[in-house]
Design a protein around this ligand. Structure first.
Ligand SMILES: [Fe+2]
Length: 163
């Protein structure tokens, strides 16, 4: 069995790097969704939501960097072009969204997709004894579940019931 420089099985680390690149692509789309609603949101809750979306995209930006650097630590190469991202991203694309409820819905739908990908990586990293990736996914999942819950409170939990 071949081990890489951090003592993990090379083959398993390659698979996890590939999965992390899928997560990276999806985070980039989520980030752009958040920028879009930060810029275009209108209505009575503009000030609150404009700031809230900025907080979320700043956090997403930090996570993008964490994922990319984890890929490097595992011996992989993080993707960085829009072309790469478009070809693998599955998070929904939000375009010209101005209404508060639609914006929140976009965040919840995006996070649902990110959470599904992260749970897959959590399982694979557990099987590979890759504690670094595992704890990162675990932290992301906990934080994003809280964001979904907060967002649903913003719109009276009506989306939770519809899912
Ligand atoms: Fe801004």
């Amino acid at each position: 069995m071949k081990l890489n420089s951090i003592g993990l099985e090379t083959d398993k680390s390659k698979v996890i790097s590939k999965d992390l690149n899928v997560l990276l692509a999806n985070f980039q789309r989520y980030y752009q969704n958040l920028r879009g609603i930060h810029w275009n949101i209108k209505g009575k809750r503009f000030f609150d939501l404009h700031l809230k979306f900025e907080e979320l995209y700043t956090d997403a930006n930090t996570k993008v960097d964490m994922v990319a650097e984890r890929i490097l630590t595992l011996g992989g190469v993080p993707t960085h072009t829009f072309e790469d991202y478009i070809s693998v991203a599955s998070v929904p694309v939000g375009k010209n969204i101005t209404k508060d409820d639609d914006a929140i819905r976009l965040i919840v739908d995006s996070l649902k997709e990110l959470l599904t990908i992260e749970r897959g990586i959590l399982k694979a990293s557990d099987e590979a004894d890759d504690e670094g990736t595992n704890s990162m996914m675990s932290d992301f999942i906990t934080e994003q579940e809280k964001t979904v819950s907060d967002d649903e409170s913003l719109v009276g939990r009506r989306y939770l019931r519809n899912m």
